[in-house]
Design a protein around this ligand. Structure first.
Ligand SMILES: [Zn+2]
Length: 256
């Protein structure tokens, strides 16, 4: 259709379909969670998401690259499973900010599309790719400075960008909208277990403390089917300081 009617024609864009056969497999591979917010999301009614939009990529200056990235519509490496909220028009939608956009393949000269159009490394995308990058290199959940001196039960949490790309990802996905859910998970499901471990450690029952710590890790950050592993990993660094962890002989949690 691109050959016959031109790139970006109605006929061409109408053929950008039948790309979501892998949706259920992605949903399973992602432990039933949205790739962006890490919350459990049913497969039905939520989209297979194109990391690079299949058409009409919106850049940081709000200009629209209409033809980007139709040729990646069916490319597995460009697919993730995401929730409707993260993928909604007010959040990620078609936003895809880059330093230098890829060229559009010239279909009149070359079919099939040459491999160079599938190498996106030179774009320097702002959004962290959850399939190939570690978000924890760019983002961190931290106790809010004004609540830090209170008991951890009363801590509020902030999500902070450690890099410019982390900041951009927080802004595009509005990850700070999930802070209440993250805070409740930490307060209700992580903190009580950390406090029990600390009590055992302080009482000198180090074997007990170690066993409970291992169980906490295998239930949460080290369990691929657990929700909010990234925030939980971040929170653990603050709830049990390294010096205390080492005093109790507890290993560091593996990064999810
Ligand atoms: Zn989401």
């Amino acid at each position: 259709m691109a050959q016959l009617h031109g790139v970006g024609s109605r006929e061409h864009f109408a053929k950008l379909e039948n790309y979501d056969q892998g949706k259920s497999a992605l949903h399973r591979a992602q432990g039933g969670k949205c790739a962006y917010c890490e919350r459990f999301t049913p497969v039905d009614g939520n989209p297979l998401e194109h990391f690079r939009p299949k058409k009409g990529a919106i850049r940081a200056d709000r200009s629209v690259d209409r033809a980007h990235y139709w040729w990646l519509c069916w490319t597995w490496e460009n697919h993730v499973f995401a929730c409707n909220t993260c993928n909604g028009q007010s959040r990620k939608g078609n936003r895809f900010h880059v330093e230098r956009a890829m060229a559009t393949p010239n279909v009149s000269q070359a079919v099939p599309i040459p491999a160079e159009f599938f190498d996106w490394t030179a774009e320097n995308a702002a959004l962290i790719d959850p399939a190939t990058e570690d978000p924890l290199d760019h983002l961190e959940w931290r106790p809010n400075a004004s609540t830090r001196r209170l008991s951890p039960k009363l801590w509020q949490w902030d999500i902070c960008g450690l890099t410019a790309r982390g900041e951009a990802t927080i802004a595009i996905l509005q990850l700070d909208a999930n802070i209440d859910v993250v805070a409740a998970t930490i307060r209700n499901h992580v903190l009580p277990r950390v406090e029990a471990i600390r009590a055992r450690g302080d009482a000198g029952a180090l074997a007990d403390a170690r066993e409970q710590w291992e169980r906490l890790l295998s239930d949460t950050v080290e369990n691929p089917s657990s929700e909010l592993r990234g925030p939980t990993w971040s929170a653990l660094q603050h709830l049990l300081a390294e010096v205390e962890r080492q005093r109790f002989g507890l290993r560091a949690a593996m990064r999810p």
